[in-house]
Write a protein that binds this ligand. Sequence first.
Ligand code: FAD
Ligand code: NAG
Ligand code: NAG
Length: 345
Amino acid sequence: MGDETIVVVGAGVLGLSSALICQQHLPKTKVVIVARDLPGTESIDYASPWSGAHYRPIPDVTPQGIHEASLARRTYEHFKTYAAGNPDASISFITGMDWLESPGEEYLTAKTRYQDIDEFRVLGPEELPTGVKWGASYKTWCVNTPVYLSHLMRRFLLNGGSVIQIQLKSLSEAFTIQENVRTVINCSGVGFDDPASFITRGQTCLVANKASHTVTRQNANGTWTFVIPRPAYGGTIIGGTKEERDYEVSPRLETRQKLLETAAKSFPELLDENGQFRVIRDIVGRRPSRTGGMRLELENVEKGRHIFHAYGAGGRGVEMSWGVAEEVLGVLRKCISSPEIKSRL
Ligand SMILES: Cc1cc2nc3c(=O)[nH]c(=O)nc-3n(C[C@H](O)[C@H](O)[C@H](O)COP(=O)(O)OP(=O)(O)OC[C@H]3O[C@@H](n4cnc5c(N)ncnc54)[C@H](O)[C@@H]3O)c2cc1C
Ligand SMILES: *[C@@H]1O[C@H](CO)[C@@H](O)[C@H](O)[C@H]1NC(C)=O
Ligand SMILES: *[C@@H]1O[C@H](CO)[C@@H](O)[C@H](O)[C@H]1NC(C)=O
């Protein structure tokens, strides 16, 4: 049999990471990315470039949460070595800080793996700002996502990968786009016909003001305020909203004002000498959410063809990206190396 071609649908952080890991570890295959949106372009339905992005470990209590936490942890470990060897990837390790005004039980009682992240420490009452009931600091990473996506794409192309920019209308198209395709990896984000998928609108504001660490503050009214520096002269993200099934495309001015006002109260040290944020732009993106969480599943279709689904990462796609890519690789290795599994597929 000739060399196989693996088609990856999607050029978000999940598609690019999956495509790269396959190229690196499955030398007898060709990898093709098929996507409507590519790094360097902007679309509200292309979530990855809008992402903060940082890693915020959370107590893992549900089975889904435990699985997501392990994917995020694998990304964290990978990023440690990756950041050191690839400065142009724009991944930077800094202090992360959580300030919660109304912490859930899981924070107070958590004995989960979440607490063994590097340098994790529950803050003492004297270290907490007024109104904050519980806080922690830990070592986290942040990344300038547009820069990171372009970095992944450059590596992919340099390794011999190819890209077809097209919007797929149906699932079967992905198999016919090149010869010898038996495997499609579906990293289409929100996709188009999974009834469990929905979008969660996120509005943030990119400012020029500098921040030295990330802060995530839960306000008493249930809203969240976060500050994420973007390495490589990327400015600082002030966030942010989570609005399920809200299809408003344009940034809302009142949302921007509220975000900046709240951030100015919580983090006055970020303001410039005139007591202001210097706004670069508003950001509106759609998180690819899914009832029941992300779908990571092998589906067998006719004629020995199979699709590995990896979509619906919600608000944690960057955090989980390398863990997801490793899962993709694990499944594909089995598919490709074992003839029995192959025939069962
Ligand atoms: C404001 C905001 C802040 C966020 N902050 C964080 C954060 O701090 N940390 C974090 O981990 N995550 C964060 N997220 C979430 C993160 O952005 C997503 O989870 C992640 O980008 C999902 O990546 P993806 O590759 O699955 O999807 P996407 O980036 O949406 O990529 C989907 C790809 O599939 C392609 N595609 C879709 N349908 C078709 C089709 N029919 N034919 C061809 N191609 C198709 C698209 O063109 C695109 O290339 C944030 C999101 C937003 C909006
Ligand atoms: C990928 O998943 C989405 C579900 O969101 C679905 O609509 C689409 O048909 C799938 N594509 C492929 C190639 O399997
Ligand atoms: C929630 O609380 C914060 C902090 O006090 C405040 O700035 C913000 O305007 C409030 N948001 C809403 C939607 O009420």
